[in-house]
Every structure is written in structure tokens, then in C-alpha cells.
Design a protein around this ligand. Structure first.
Ligand SMILES: *[C@@H]1O[C@H](CO)[C@@H](O)[C@H](O)[C@H]1NC(C)=O
Ligand SMILES: *[C@@H]1O[C@H](CO)[C@@H](O)[C@H](O)[C@H]1NC(C)=O
Ligand SMILES: *[C@@H]1O[C@H](CO)[C@@H](O)[C@H](O)[C@H]1NC(C)=O
Ligand SMILES: *[C@@H]1O[C@H](CO)[C@@H](O)[C@H](O)[C@H]1NC(C)=O
Ligand SMILES: *[C@@H]1O[C@H](CO)[C@@H](O)[C@H](O)[C@H]1NC(C)=O
Length: 551
């Protein structure tokens, strides 16, 4: 089996984040949102700067003391910088250091901790008993990376970095009692000594919990891992993350706070100048002749009620019902083109990472997904006929907002078979702190830059094109919260279409790809199943990423 290799051929106006990290030793986040952030409506523990995990209190720190920088290796070969949180509030201790690549402005956070009055035993945190040196840069620009050795029953959460070869003081950092920790996995790539596949196998990665989802207790601490692939397998990493032992969701934003957050950060989503299959509201789709088919009763489809109230509820995607365009050819062509005027976004608000973050998933509905386009060597654009076409297309982007400070830290741009987390400091902003998203021509995958993305091998593959046009949706002006988890369920009524578990597509006959397959064998092997209509899209709530994490 061949695997798709993603090639980024960004030809448009790509965002250059040219700022380098300042050379002073005290650094506060030097990325600033274009406009000052509002103060959020009052209520609850949202944006209070801290969270109590049930005895262990955490404070989020976004100002840093730089310990070491290197200007080679890592993303864009610009090196990376390593920091300690500073200042640390009285009574709190460092749990680990922070690092990021130099190809973006300083923008991040790390948690520090103290045990509070709910820690009866007073021993959730403990000093390490020793350190091991995991890596040293012995050149003139020297740096030493230490792994704390925890006492029995405790886990290390992060590294200490020094510029002298002396072991750091045992008072420098704390390890955490195992019942407050959980397993980590590798997240974003921060640095490698030479190139990503460098011979010495030394890489620096961000960490995230292995278990993630709405009700999952583990959370990220914002620390990084020095990973030596000769020593460390990927199955069990030497650093742990934390676990929220008191998942009460009290840090989740309430309804007015959610509205204020979305009005602040809501994206403008741009459609390609050649796009003809635009989004519409679900209600518009239903009101304009969408039909509900029942297996065994194919000849007698029924009209869907404008509010979807006659859609079968619950059950599973068992093929017993499906939706399709109006039967009348003229009406069908019209509905395929959607209706930008009516289009709105549907928000799903959910706790993630032990309730330290809120995800706002922004779902957009398109009545029709147009055909795929290929690039074959010097031939730039070949329409793949009916391949890729299907009715009923759900797409999304996700805003990840910290419940500790209300900052939008990352956005997930979903592309069906994958997706990409982008740090906010790399986003394109428009009108205050609203960011720009692009919907690709025909297929409607979402991207944060305009240009062409080629999925294939060499210069052969499926091309996804994005660009600006006067077709755009200001999602902040047209949104409905259709589902919410955590404390915030009041005021949210789930519409009937959300609990329709079957497919939003017609029953597709598998395309006869035989001939195509011989001609474009290489290409065809690379295409995701969804492109052949073998796997029809269900509604947003039926996807794994609804209650799980994005990736
Ligand atoms: C759990 O959280 C609730 C609400 O924030 C708080 O009142 C309670 O004291 C906490 N329990 C523990 C054991 O920390
Ligand atoms: C990785 O670990 C191996 C085995 O312990 C060691 O020989 C090698 O020097 C380490 N690599 C680096 C870059 O420290
Ligand atoms: C949906 O619309 C029908 C009329 O078309 C109405 O009778 C019904 O109450 C509505 N249901 C909901 C849940 O709004
Ligand atoms: C291109 O778009 C298709 C259809 O929208 C999607 O399935 C695929 O994942 C996208 N490819 C990349 C590399 O983003
Ligand atoms: C979302 O989950 C579905 C499975 O339910 C999966 O097919 C799809 O690739 C996921 N999307 C992204 C963007 O991760």
C-alpha cells in the first residue's frame, strides 16, 4: 500500500513570520493579537489564570526567561529557543521548561503548580532526588538538558536546561505524584540538531496527553521532550502530563462568555474565485427540496421538513435512510450551488484536555461537493470527472481557547482525511482579532493560507486550490450554538438534523474507475476512499472528532 505524501506548494501570498526572538533574556510573549482583547463577561472560573485539579493548583505562565537558543536545525532551519517560566508566583513551582521553534514569534504558555488546601497530605508535588543529563551541546554555545529523577510513586513532567555543566539544584523543579499524571505522546516538532531525519536521532517535541476527548482527564502542561530515538521508543515516554482529578468543568466558559469569545475570534471563510458549490444553511437545503429516502421504498422519497423534524433520530448509520437532492433536474442544479446568503455556521462547544481548554468546532454545510482535480506533471489541471462528487458535505475548523486566560492558542483546519493545527501567531487576521480561513475549490477542505496543496507523489497528485474572492462568510455574524458539553448546556437546543445518524449523501454506486485506474494508476492509489464516494459523509455528530480530539 502506498501512503500519501503531502507536499505543500504554497504559491500564493504566504504568511511570513519573520520576527526572530528578541535577544534580551526576559521575554514575554512577543506575539500580540492585532487588537486588544476585550475583558470577558464575568462568571465562573473561566479566564481566572488558574485551575484546581483537586488539590493541585496550576497557574498558566506566558512570560519567560530565555535560557538557550540555537539558530540552526528545526522547522525552516531557523533553530529553536528554550525558556523557563518567569516570574513564577509565590508558592508555585516549575514543573518543566518551555521551547519553541524560531520560525514563529514567541507565543506560548507553560503551567506551574502548588498543592492547595484540598491536598490533605500536602505531598502531591515533590522535589526530584537527582538528575540525568539527557543531552549536552558541548560547543561554544553550550547547553545541558536534564531529566529529573522522581522519587518512587512520582513522575517527571519536564526538563531543566542549564548553560553550565553543573547539575541544577534539586529545588529547581517539582515532580508530581503518579495519581495526578498520565501518559504523553509526541505532538509538534520543535527542533532537531541537524534535519528532521538527522543521523544522531535527537529531536525536540511538544507533548500532549495520549488520552484526549470531552470527558478525558489528562491535560497538556506546555512542556517539551528531548527525544533520542536510539534510546527512547515512542510507546512510553519519560515525561508525563497531568490529570484533572476534579473534572467539574467549572473553568468552562458560560453562554455569554462563549458568545463573546466567538465574536472576538470568529473566522472569515473565503471561497475560491471559481467556486460554484457554495454553502447554505441546513434549513435552506431542506426548504429547497432535499429528499429523504428509505431503503426498500426508493421510489417514494419524502420532502424533509425545513427544521428537519421528520428525519429519523438516533440509531446508527445502517444504510436504511439517506438524503438526496431534489429529483427535478433544474431544482437539483440550483440546490447544488448552495446559497451563501442563507449560510450560517453551527458551533459545537466542548471541554478538552481536562477542561483546561474549550474547543469551538465551527461546522459549515455545503449541499454539494464538486469533483476532484489532478495535476499530472506538466499538466496543471485535469478534472477527474465525477470522482470526488457527492451530495451533502460537512466541513469544519476548530478554535482551541485556553480556559485559563481566554486566549485562542491554536486553530485546527480540517481536510477530511487529515488536518493541521496552526498556532494563532501564524494566522492571517482581518478586522480585529478575527482570522481568515480558506475553503478549497470543489472539495471544501479548510486551509489557513491561500495557494495550492498537492496530495500525491512528486508532481502527480490531487490538487486543492484556495484563494480569496468576494465570496466570503463572516461566521461571527451568522452562528448558532447547536451543541455544548461541560457546564454550558443551558440555552442550547440540539436541532433534529444533528441527531440524524445516517448519510447526507445519495446511495453512490462505486464509480467505474477501472479505465482511469490503468491510466493514472499511481495517482489513483493515493486518493482517499472518500474521493470515490465509497464512504459517504455522515453528519458532524457522527464523526469521531465530535467527542474526541481532532487528530
Ligand atoms: C472540586 O471542584 C469544586 C468546584 O470547583 C470545588 O468546590 C471542590 O472543592 C473541588 N474538590 C476537590 C477535592 O478539590
Ligand atoms: C542517543 O543515545 C545513544 C545511546 O545512549 C547515544 O550513543 C547517543 O550519543 C545519543 N545521541 C545524542 C545526540 O545525544
Ligand atoms: C418543525 O416545523 C413544523 C412545521 O413544519 C412544526 O410543526 C414543528 O413544531 C417544528 N419542530 C421544531 C422542533 O421546531
Ligand atoms: C484535498 O481535498 C480533499 C477533498 O476535500 C481532501 O479529502 C484531502 O484530504 C485534501 N488534501 C490535502 C492534502 O489537504
Ligand atoms: C473525523 O472523524 C472521521 C471519522 O469519524 C474521520 O473519517 C475523519 O478523517 C476525521 N477528520 C479529521 C479532520 O480528522
Amino acid at each position: 500500500m502506498l501512503y500519501a505524501i503531502k507536499l505543500l506548494l504554497i504559491m500564493g501570498n504566504c504568511l511570513k513570520s519573520s520576527s526572530t526572538i528578541s535577544s534580551s533574556n526576559k521575554d514575554t510573549s512577543n506575539f500580540k493579537f492585532p487588537s486588544p482583547l476585550p475583558s470577558w463577561p464575568a462568571g465562573g472560573d473561566f479566564a481566572s489564570g488558574k485551575i484546581d485539579l483537586g488539590g493541585l493548583e496550576l497557574h498558566q505562565i506566558t512570560s519567560f526567561n530565555k535560557i538557550w537558543s540555537t539558530y540552526e536545525g528545526g522547522p525552516d532551519n531557523l533553530g529553536a529557543s528554550f525558556f523557563e517560566p518567569s516570574p513564577i508566583p509565590d508558592g508555585y513551582s516549575m514543573l518543566g521548561s518551555y521551547a519553541q521553534p524560531n520560525n514563529q514569534p514567541l507565543f506560548g504558555w507553560v503551567l506551574v503548580g502548588k498543592s492547595n488546601t484540598n491536598d490533605q497530605s500536602g505531598n502531591i508535588l515533590k522535589k526530584p532526588i537527582d538528575y540525568t543529563l539527557v543531552w549536552a551541546n558541548n560547543q561554544e554555545n553550550s547547553a545541558y538538558f536534564w531529566l529529573p529523577t522522581p522519587s518512587d510513586g512520582y513522575k517527571a513532567i519536564g526538563h531543566v536546561i542549564t548553560i553550565s555543566s553543573d547539575k541544577p539544584s534539586l529545588d529547581k523543579i517539582r515532580c508530581v505524584r503518579s495519581d495526578f499524571t498520565d501518559e504523553t505522546e509526541i505532538d509538534n516538532w520543535i527542533w532537531a540538531q541537524v534535519t528532521k531525519e538527522s543521523a544522531n536521532g535527537l529531536n525536540v517535541y511538544g507533548l500532549r496527553p495520549k488520552t484526549r476527548g470531552i470527558n478525558a482527564q489528562p491535560l497538556s502542561v506546555g512542556t517539551f521532550l528531548i527525544h533520542n530515538s536510539t534510546n527512547d521508543g515512542e510507546s512510553s515516554l519519560p515525561l508525563a502530563c497531568l490529570k484533572n482529578q476534579n473534572l467539574t468543568f467549572s473553568t468552562m466558559p458560560n453562554f455569554p462568555q462563549i458568545q463573546a469569545l466567538f465574536e472576538t475570534y470568529s473566522p472569515y471563510i473565503y471561497f475560491h474565485p471559481k467556486e460554484i458549490y457554495l454553502p447554505s444553511s441546513v434549513n435552506w437545503y431542506f426548504s429547497n427540496g432535499a429528499m429523504l429516502y428509505k431503503k426498500g421504498d426508493e421510489s417514494e422519497p419524502i420532502l424533509v421538513e425545513p427544521n428537519g423534524s421528520n428525519l429519523p433520530q438516533g440509531g446508527s448509520n445502517d444504510g436504511s435512510y439517506w438524503l438526496d437532492l431534489p429529483v427535478d433536474e433544474e431544482a437539483k442544479e440550483e440546490v447544488k450551488r448552495g446559497d451563501l446568503q442563507s449560510a450560517e455556521v453551527y458551533l459545537h462547544v466542548k471541554p478538552i484536555l481536562g477542561s483546561t481548554f474549550t474547543d469551538i468546532q465551527v461546522w459549515l454545510f455545503y449541499p454539494f461537493n464538486g469533483h476532484s482535480t489532478a495535476k499530472l506533471g506538466i499538466i496543471d489541471e485535469i478534472s477527474l470527472g465525477k470522482i470526488g462528487e457527492h451530495v451533502g458535505d460537512w466541513e469544519h475548523v476548530t478554535l482551541r481557547i485556553s480556559n485559563l486566560d481566554g486566549i485562542l492558542y491554536r486553530v485546527y483546519f480540517a481536510e477530511h482525511s487529515g488536518g493541521k493545527w496552526v498556532d494563532s501567531c501564524l494566522l492571517e487576521f482581518e478586522k480585529g482579532n478575527k482570522f481568515v480561513g480558506y475553503s478549497s475549490l470543489n472539495g471544501h477542505a479548510s486551509y489557513y493560507k491561500e495557494g495550492v496543496v498537492l496530495q500525491g507523489v512528486g508532481d502527480i497528485g490531487i490538487r486543492n486550490d484556495t484563494g480569496k474572492s468576494d465570496m466570503v462568510i463572516d461566521t461571527g455574524a451568522r452562528f448558532t450554538v447547536v451543541a455544548a458539553e461541560g457546564l454550558i448546556t443551558a440555552d442550547v437546543v440540539e436541532p433534529p438534523w444533528l441527531n440524524y445518524a445516517r448519510e447526507w449523501v445519495e446511495k453512490v454506486e462505486k464509480f467505474l474507475i477501472g479505465d482511469l485506474k490503468t491510466a493514472f494508476e499511481k495517482l489513483v492509489n493515493l486518493l482517499p476512499d472518500e474521493i470515490y464516494g465509497e464512504e459517504g459523509p455522515t453528519g458532524p455528530k457522527m464523526k469521531n472528532n465530535w467527542s474526541g480530539d481532532e487528530k
